[in-house]
Design a protein around this ligand. Structure first.
Ligand code: AMP
Ligand code: ZN
Ligand code: FE
Ligand code: FE
Length: 280
C-alpha cells in the first residue's frame, strides 16, 4: 500500500496516540503516513520516536482556514515548525479553539445537559475540537452517536450550541506554509455534507499563492465530485492526493481507506525545504 496523507491522533480530535498511529500504519501495510492534527504539530515527536522500520513519516498539520466566510481546511506538510509566523498563527488558532470549546461546554452545562467543561477538557489531550464535545454528549446519552451531535439541535455548524472559532484566511494560510518551507494541499475541497464549500475561484487564488495539490480521494467526495476535482487539478497543474482522514474511534473510516501514489508523495517531498520525510 502507498501513502495515507491525512491522519489525526490524540494530539487533536483522533482517539489513537501518535505512537500507535505509526504502529497501525505499518501494520496495515502503508509505506508512508502523514500526521496532520488540527492546528498543531504536537504529535510529531512521539510519532518520530515510535516510527517502525521502513515506514515513512510525513509531518504536517490540518490548518483551520476560511475564504469569504466559508470554513475550509488546509493540509500543510514538511514546513519548519519553528518558523515564527506560521507557529504564531497556529497558536492563535489553538487558543481560539479552547475559548470556543469552553463557551460551548458552559452553555451545555448551564442548560443542565450534564456536559461539563471539565469533562470536555479531560477528553481533549491536545487541540480541542467539536468531536470532544460530541463524545461528552454521547456519554450523557443526549445523542446516540457522534454524528447526531453535528446537527442544528446541538453543535452542528450554526446549530444551537455551536460557536465559531478563529480561522486563517486561506490564501495567507498557503503563503505561510510555503514561507515556512512546506507544501500545501487543499483538504476535502468538495465535502459539502458538512457545510458550504468554496467555488473554483478560491482554488485558483490558492494555486496562485503556491498551493501544491488537491485532496481528491476522500470519504466525503462522491465519484462526480472526484471527477470534477481531477479536472480542476489538471487545469491548474496541481497534484492529486487521497487519504483516509482517520480519526480512530471518532469516525468510521479506517487507516489507509484512501491513498496517494508514491510518485505524488515524492513530488510533495521534492517541493519542501522546511523538513524531511523521515524513514524508520
Ligand atoms: P472543529 O474543528 O472543532 O469545528 O470540529 C470539526 C471536526 O469535527 C472535523 O474535523 C471532524 O473530525 C468532526 N466532524 C465534523 N462534522 C462531523 C459529522 N457530521 N460527524 C462526525 N464528525 C464530524
Ligand atoms: Zn477532525
Ligand atoms: Fe478536515
Ligand atoms: Fe481532518
Amino acid at each position: 500500500m502507498p501513502a495515507d496523507l491525512h491522519v489525526h491522533s490524540t494530539a487533536s480530535d483522533g482517539t489513537t496516540r501518535p505512537a500507535d498511529v505509526v504502529r497501525e500504519a505499518a501494520a496495515v501495510g502503508l509505506d508512508v503516513v502523514a500526521l496532520t492534527d488540527h492546528d498543531t504539530t504536537a504529535g510529531h515527536d512521539e510519532a518520530l520516536r515510535a516510527l517502525p522500520p521502513g515506514l515513512g513519516l510525513l509531518r504536517g498539520a490540518e490548518i483551520s482556514c476560511a475564504a469569504g466566510g466559508v470554513s475550509l481546511h488546509l493540509l500543510g506538510y514538511l514546513f519548519d515548525p519553528t518558523e515564527s509566523e506560521l507557529a504564531a498563527a497556529l497558536e492563535t488558532l489553538r487558543t481560539s479553539r479552547t475559548g470556543r470549546a469552553e463557551r460551548m461546554a458552559r452553555r451545555l452545562e448551564a442548560d443542565g445537559t450534564g456536559v461539563t467543561w471539565e469533562r470536555v477538557r479531560q477528553l481533549a489531550c491536545g487541540t480541542v475540537g467539536r468531536p470532544h464535545l460530541a463524545r461528552a454528549l454521547v456519554e450523557q446519552g443526549l445523542v446516540g452517536a457522534m454524528d447526531e451531535a453535528f446537527t442544528p439541535a446541538w453543535i452542528g455548524t450554526g446549530g444551537r450550541y455551536w460557536e465559531p472559532k478563529a480561522e486563517l484566511d486561506v490564501v495567507r494560510g498557503v503563503e505561510l506554509v510555503v514561507r515556512a518551507g512546506g507544501v500545501a494541499v487543499f483538504a476535502h475541497p468538495a465535502a459539502d455534507a458538512r457545510g458550504e464549500v468554496v467555488a473554483d475561484d478560491v482554488v485558483v487564488a490558492m494555486a496562485e499563492a503556491g498551493l501544491a495539490g488537491l485532496e481528491v480521494d476522500h470519504v466525503d467526495h462522491d465519484e462526480p465530485a472526484r471527477r470534477r476535482l481531477r479536472g480542476l487539478a489538471a487545469e491548474l497543474g496541481l497534484l492529486v492526493t487521497g487519504s483516509s482522514d482517520y480519526h480512530g474511534g471518532n469516525k468510521d473510516v479506517p487507516l489507509g481507506a484512501h491513498t496517494t501514489p508514491l510518485d505524488v508523495v515524492e513530488a510533495l517531498v521534492d517541493r519542501a525545504t522546511g523538513a524531511e520525510l523521515v524513514r524508520g
